[in-house]
Design a binder for this molecule. Sequence first.
Ligand code: SF4
Length: 243
Amino acid sequence: MKLIDIYNLLVDFYGEQNWWPIIEGRECVYKKEFMERERTDEEIFEIMIGAILTQNTSWTNVIVAIINLKENNIFSPYKISEIENSKLSQLIKSAGYFNQKAKKLKILCSFLLNNKISELKKLSVYDLRQKFLSLWGIGYETADSIVLYGFNKPVFVVDAYTKRIFSRLGFFPENSEYETIRDLFEKNLPQSSNLYKEYHALIVEFGKNLCKKRPLCNNCSFNENCAYLHKNAQSFAQFIQQS
Ligand code: SF4
């Protein structure tokens, strides 16, 4: 199977995801228009904050932290730079690793005070990635989430679900490097930020619901082509023969 075939099956099965969501009031909203227009500077800022807060935690915990920041009226680069570390940590406590994440948010916000979002928008994908990757606490996945979903630039986001699912399907070994996997997706798909946005969101959905740590292979559309399933079926057959 080709990567684009898998995408088509996933979008048929789960429908469009319309990531990255924005918090409006106390609601987390996903809108079709996010795929059709440029994000505002405020939305880009929120996506950056969300991308850091969601490291090693679920999105539900991030929503609480973002609502806290907004309701306490400190949701801007200047205000986050100014607030005491301990206060910031308390406000984002729900997202876990709160002392580390408070430091990361402060570093990001100091950076934004010297690098306006309107200027960052003019950079190439490569230069923009490098800017974020040079900040402490921002790795490939976080940088690429910001570049793709915030700045609408075509870079494929790789996460743990991507590694698990596509190594099981036989596209690469599970211990492959981030950049090798990103490169494989980008070389084998049309270069389109909307496609990359949807594909990553669909991978997360599939990884959470079907191709889990203990996968639900009976319900999976890819089971005829899955290297993981075939390997396990062979081992199981050998085990039955030997016992
Ligand atoms: S058949 Fe199982 S292991 Fe393979 S992709 Fe589907 S759920 Fe994952």
